[in-house]
Design a protein around this ligand. Sequence first.
Ligand SMILES: [Zn+2]
Length: 193
Amino acid sequence: MSAQSSKRKSGKFVSPGERLGVIEEFIPDAGTYVKDGVIYSKVVGRSLLDLPNKRVSVYPLVHGAIVPKIESIVLGQVSSVKTQNAVVRIFQIDKKQLSSFFASILHISDVQLRYVESMFNVCRPGDILRAKVISEKNQIYHLSTKDKNLGVVYAFCSRCGHILELRRQGMHCPRCGKIEKRKTAPEYGKGII
Ligand SMILES: [Zn+2]
């Protein structure tokens, strides 16, 4: 047994997409999936390492747990933004609050029908947005905000962190005066979550 695998223990809390091991050391079992030889958790739960039989599985925390599906309407918090896409942590699915989160991607081509120059004009880290799940291929959730009721519902100033106010000229920070751009949902600023 290698030093790395001997440190591993059963019962670790894992979330979807979390790395559990590689197929050279374990046989993937229930609640897991394999991509490029690496075993990942498919669900929120506790990892079970059956070392004598070299099996790894994940015991789901909640049976029939809510997972994003195509057409699900989700709420998520933006965790990082690049020019072409944003990573969003889904914490609510179809109005049901989750105990953990699912990582998802919003690509610039799925923001709106009109051309978008940069994702930094759509959302920024920390923002809360409402989106629709359009793909779950390879356990990667892809989002769209093309429907007119979807987009950012809470946005925070990238300079000082204060919540931004929606004004005619753009998103305005009442604390530091910075003006930014977002793709907002019609419910922006109305306190609906
Ligand atoms: Zn500010």
